[in-house]
Design a protein around this ligand. Structure first.
Ligand SMILES: [Zn+2]
Ligand SMILES: [Zn+2]
Ligand SMILES: [Zn+2]
Length: 140
């Protein structure tokens, strides 16, 4: 009984650590990114389990990067019942960061007989951080 309580408490703490990493990040993070940023070593399987749990709870959504990796980003308007992540993602070609564009995407007209359940889009270009380094270099 007592052991279970301790175990639960540790799980909560671990979950909170992963959530902190995601909350602090301005861009979506891959599994490796998250592992690296954790202040305490958490095994890979546990991190996966926590991330999947967040996805099921409507707290985090997955983004498939162009490098084949899965990236995780916080949800803003989602619940455990329904994800509402119909927004575009901006992929920076310089630093390869992925950020959520919060503006909802307009649903395109689809042929008769088709049902849209979710939409996603990637915008590529250079992010504000990379653009400002270019500006800084110009100034020198
Ligand atoms: Zn979501
Ligand atoms: Zn960038
Ligand atoms: Zn997103």
């Amino acid at each position: 009984m007592l052991k279970k309580v301790v175990q639960n408490r540790r799980n909560t703490k671990t979950k909170q650590m992963v959530m902190n990493v995601l909350e602090k990040s301005l861009s979506a993070l891959s599994h490796e990114d998250i592992e690296q940023k954790l202040t305490e070593k958490i095994d890979r399987v546990t991190v996966y389990r926590i991330l999947n749990g967040f996805c099921n709870d409507g707290k985090v959504h997955k983004i498939a990067g162009d490098d084949g990796k899965t990236y995780y980003s916080l949800c803003r308007h989602c619940t455990a019942e329904q994800h509402n992540d119909n927004h575009a993602h901006f992929l920076c070609t310089e630093c390869h960061s992925i950020v959520c564009i919060e503006e909802p995407l307009a649903v395109q007209p689809v042929p008769k007989g088709y049902n849209v359940s979710s939409i996603s889009a990637f915008l590529t270009g250079t992010c504000s951080k990379c653009n400002s380094t270019v500006l800084d270099q110009d100034r020198i």
